[in-house]
Design a protein around this ligand. Structure first.
Ligand SMILES: CC(C)(COP(=O)(O)OP(=O)(O)OC[C@H]1O[C@@H](n2cnc3c(N)ncnc32)[C@H](O)[C@@H]1OP(=O)(O)O)[C@@H](O)C(=O)NCCC(=O)NCCS
Length: 181
């Protein structure tokens, strides 16, 4: 039976979500700067994303009265030989925190990933926040990143169940659109 929760009703009235568009990039960068500061460039997850390409079909922004208020992005990766997605950054502008935007963006991204037949979403973040969204901690050393990461913050969402993959994480290289002339 289809049920609509109070959370869904409030989401509908307070903010909306849509796919990220190329023209959103400057504001998304502002939101990330505001949330993480310049230190974000040295984070291990940032370095993986930089080697790959955000999938705009799986990345979403939230708007409140037309103001871009939050963003979540997904980047295709491999965990060992297994296809997966790296989620992040997730960030919500300070005036809009606590409205459920972060949670709604996470749910939207997870649904899009599942619809795209993805099996796993990996992220580095606070377990206390992401556990409620189905993320679990990965056994230490099972999934390795090309840089330091607190093992307690390495979290995985299994969209279709299955065994947790293992191995090193690397970005799927960007598809080249260059044409020979
Ligand atoms: C984390 C973040 C995305 C949450 O966005 P949001 O829209 O405020 O989140 P929601 O409204 O869906 O959820 C708010 C709830 O999550 C809790 N929460 C927020 N950040 C949390 C964290 N890091 N750890 C545990 N709980 C957290 C809040 O206390 C609040 O709890 P309540 O509902 O019991 O009051 C936002 O605070 C943010 O952009 N932070 C800075 C960037 C960041 O830390 N990104 C995530 C990396 S771990």
């Amino acid at each position: 039976m289809f049920q609509i929760s109070l959370f869904d009703v409030m989401s509908e009235f307070q903010f909306s979500m849509r796919h990220e568009l190329p023209e959103d990039l400057p504001v998304i960068e502002e939101i990330q700067e505001e949330a993480f500061g310049p230190g974000r460039f040295t984070r291990t997850s940032y370095r993986i994303r930089e080697a790959g390409e955000v999938d705009e079909r799986l990345s979403f922004v939230a708007e409140v009265d037309g103001v871009l208020s939050g963003s979540v992005r997904l980047t295709p990766i491999f965990i060992g030989e297994t296809d997966a997605l790296l989620l992040g950054p997730l960030a919500v502008r300070p005036p809009f925190k606590g409205m459920g935007i972060g949670r709604a963006l996470m749910q939207r991204a997870a649904k899009a990933a599942a619809d795209a037949e993805a099996k796993f979403v990996l992220l580095v973040g606070d377990y206390e926040y992401y556990a409620q969204l189905g993320y679990e901690q990965v056994g230490e050393g099972q999934i390795t990143l090309p840089g330091p990461v607190d093992p307690a913050r390495l979290l995985l969402l299994r969209l279709k169940g299955g065994v947790i993959p293992c191995g090193p994480v690397r970005a799927v290289p960007p598809t080249s659109t260059a044409q020979a002339e």
